[in-house]
Design a protein around this ligand. Structure first.
Ligand SMILES: Nc1ncnc2c1ncn2[C@@H]1O[C@H](COP(=O)(O)OP(=O)(O)OP(=O)(O)O)[C@@H](O)[C@H]1O
Ligand SMILES: [Mg+2]
Length: 330
């Protein structure tokens, strides 16, 4: 692993008697996009709030580029940018004014400030709207402006808390592109929290799956999915028993089982390579094949296999969660 951007060891955060983050440990290398994936209330925001020195930890330790988040707050703050889960722009100000305020807060001044503002506006393609009031922006534009703002003082590490919550799929893709570009072009280390499987899969080099305050799995998206044993091929046939027994005699490194009385399920590493051979074996045995499907496991499958439940990720839930937060803030 490259230089350590983040080192977390046995991190615990309690709110009164309630343990929101429970002995969490992980490392993030410089230049990585690292994801914390988990359902509502899992402890994602709490974890990155500790790392970004917004709240203090209860026990354990955490460091950002070697600086302890508890003892060396100012050093940590100077290196990081933050995009909060809840919108935090000033609606009355223009996009440019919002950026200006933030730049000044970080001591970016004069020509440098002007250049930085121009650059980040261009980066998220908001130049044409820079002098319009933020209240006239769409949800996606606001989120882009917040990402630009988090980056204006050129941090080495950017925290993105649910960067695309409640946005439509197209806008979400666009934001993923900006995140990838920042990571690649600026070699920016990025920590992202999300409860969208697809987002974690698409963006993250490695993912920590978090549930009830604990990291229950941590690996690359590919390895997490591989941990389920491979692709699942399903062959529909009137003679599942016969087909299963033929396949079981073959040593293709697969697991074979009958499924629902009219199909056979085969779990194997490289499903698409094996499927034609399975069909050929069925033909040779004079077994009718009614249909065949291959399903590559998703992170959702990984989450279900680890926890026995699904991450709720329908838009409705995200909207409900947003609404709840909105009401809570009033
Ligand atoms: N200030 C607080 N006081 C008491 N409990 C809190 C506080 N902040 C968070 N919690 C609780 O800690 C747990 C973790 O919350 P956290 O916000 O970290 O979850 P999350 O994974 O970010 O969830 P979401 O996907 O909804 O944003 C939740 O049960 C939450 O209710
Ligand atoms: Mg959160």
């Amino acid at each position: 692993m490259p230089d350590s951007a983040i080192a977390v060891k046995g991190l615990v955060k309690k709110y009164g008697n309630f343990t929101a983050v429970d002995k969490v440990s992980f490392n993030v290398g410089e230049g990585e996009i690292f994801g914390l994936l988990g359902p509502n209330g899992a402890g994602k925001t709490t974890t990155i709030s500790v790392l970004s020195t917004i709240i203090s930890l209860t026990s354990g330790s955490a460091a950002v580029f070697g600086n302890d988040v508890d003892r060396n707050r100012d050093a940590v703050r100077s290196m990081i940018g933050m995009v909060f889960q809840d919108p935090s722009l000033d609606d009355e100000l223009t996009g440019r004014e919002n950026l200006d305020l933030h730049a000044r807060f970080y001591g970016v001044k004069g020509e440098e400030k002007k250049r930085a503002i121009g650059e980040v506006l261009k980066l998220v393609e908001l130049g044409a709207y820079a002098d319009k009031q933020v209240r006239s922006y769409s949800g996606g534009m606001k989120r882009r402006l917040e990402i630009a703002r988090g980056f204006i003082h050129k941090p080495r590490l950017l925290f993105l808390d649910e960067p695309t919550i409640g946005l439509d799929p197209q806008t979400r893709r666009k934001i993923w592109d900006y995140i990838k570009m920042l990571n690649e072009r600026e070699r920016l280390t990025i920590i992202i929290t999300t409860h969208y499987m697809e987002e974690a899969d698409e963006l993250c080099d490695r993912i920590g799956i978090i549930d009830h305050g604990k990291i229950i799995a941590l690996n690359t998206p590919e390895k997490l999915k591989d941990s389920l044993g491979g692709d699942v091929i399903r062959i529909g046939t009137p003679a599942p028993g016969k087909l299963a027994s033929i396949l079981k005699k073959r040593k293709f490194g697969m697991r074979v089982k009958e499924y629902g009385g009219d199909a056979v399920e085969i779990t194997v590493r490289d499903g698409s390579a094996l499927l034609p051979r399975i069909i050929a074996l069925a033909e040779k045995g004079k077994i009718d094949v009614e249909y065949s499907t291959i399903k590559r496991p998703t992170l959702e499958d990984v989450f279900i296999s680890l926890t026995g439940k699904a991450i709720r990720e329908e838009e409705g839930d995200a909207n409900t969660a947003m609404m709840r937060r909105f009401m809570g803030r009033r």
